[in-house]
Design a binder for this molecule. Structure first.
Ligand SMILES: Nc1nc(=O)c2c([nH]1)NC[C@@H]1CN(c3ccc(C(=O)N[C@@H](CCC(=O)O)C(=O)O)cc3)C=[N+]21
Length: 305
């Protein structure tokens, strides 16, 4: 990554990489092992319904990657590609069928949805026990109350990425930058449950710099580059970049200047190859768990006690 830089600079200051590709492959392998054992013993192969409404190019890329992950995990993917003009009623009817289908363990409706469809109505129409995205109000409530339930894939994936690299965050000061429904807010709950002292900043925060400067763990989920400046990062901090931004040349980059932040952080997640693959691995894990399987993880999860 820094191969065009002098080796001395690299050795003295470069952060270690939170390798999402390696961690994701290890998780998917364990999911696969668990499923193949289950199937060999006469069990039914877990099924995941992937519903895509419309042909948003980014969504198509993610959905294609999820289908590949299902093949690697041994999950049966059932694809439902609906026209962009699909009515809410038609989508709710499909979800009802999938809720009632015993061969389907997980239902994922790719977001964002077209404007004529109410995302909240759709999310809450999914059987909470098949809600492998963890977006249903029941599951968000269970997470907040520290009850067992399906958890949102990206925050769960961030915790798994930290665990996989042996990083303990209990009693550390964590900051979450961004407070969205699907990343920032559930991320703050995960960190809180793992015992981090957790600060959440968002669009109305005035003193972002001061908060970042005090953080041992920085999770950035803004969705645009440059909001968190690398010089604010405390030397030795753990930096997790959840942002995925597409540049003019089609390549993707995170929210944080990776090269500059690497000179200060002890650990940093790259984009691509950091949180993104973990989100997808957690989808496979959630689907196996929704099917009632126990998966032996390749790491010790953060204790939430
Ligand atoms: N119901 C629903 N659930 C989601 O989980 C969901 C969604 N809707 N809508 C869109 C976002 C986005 N998202 C990504 C997942 C993986 C990568 C990923 O694997 N990224 C690769 C690179 C992919 C590339 O090159 O484009 C990486 O970071 O290494 C990216 C984005 C899931 N989302």
């Amino acid at each position: 990554m820094n191969s065009n830089k002098p080796a001395t600079t690299q050795a003295a200051h470069s952060a270690r990489i939170l390798d999402g590709n390696a961690a994701s492959a290890a998780v998917i392998e364990r999911v696969h092992d668990s499923i193949e054992r289950h199937v060999a013993a006469g069990g039914r192969r877990p099924g995941l319904a992937v519903v895509l409404v419309g042909a948003d190019p980014a969504s198509q890329i993610y959905v294609r990657a999820k289908r590949r992950d299902c093949e690697r995990a041994g999950i049966e993917a059932r694809d439902f590609d609906l026209d962009a003009s699909t009515s809410q009623e038609t989508l709710l009817d499909l979800i009802q069928q999938l809720n009632d289908d015993p061969a389907i363990d997980g239902i994922l409706v790719q977001l964002p949805l077209p404007a004529q469809i109410d995302e909240v109505a759709v999310t809450n129409s999914i059987d909470a026990d098949k809600d492998v995205d963890g977006f249903h109000a029941f599951n968000v409530g269970r997470l907040a109350l520290r009850q067992p339930g399906l958890r949102p894939c990206t925050p769960r994936g961030v915790m798994a990425l930290l665990s996989f690299h042996g990083l303990e965050i209990r009693s550390k000061h964590a900051i979450v930058v961004g407070a969205s429904n699907i990343v920032g807010r559930p991320m703050s709950l995960e960190l809180l449950l793992a015992g981090a002292t957790t600060t959440v900043t968002h669009r109305f925060t005035h003193d972002l710099e001061d908060h970042v400067r005090q953080a041992d763990v920085v999770v950035c989920a803004v969705g645009k580059p440059g909001v968190v400046r690398p010089e604010w990062i405390q030397p030795g901090a753990i930096v997790v970049d959840v942002g995925i931004n597409r540049m003019a040349d089609g390549r993707i980059t995170g929210d944080i200047d990776f090269e500059a932040a690497s000179q200060r952080a002890a650990w940093i997640s790259p984009v691509p190859g950091g949180v993104g693959p973990m989100t997808r691995a957690m989808l496979m894990l959630n689907t196996a768990e929704a099917a009632g399987l126990q998966v032996e993880l390749p790491y010790h999860p953060h204790s939430t006690g």
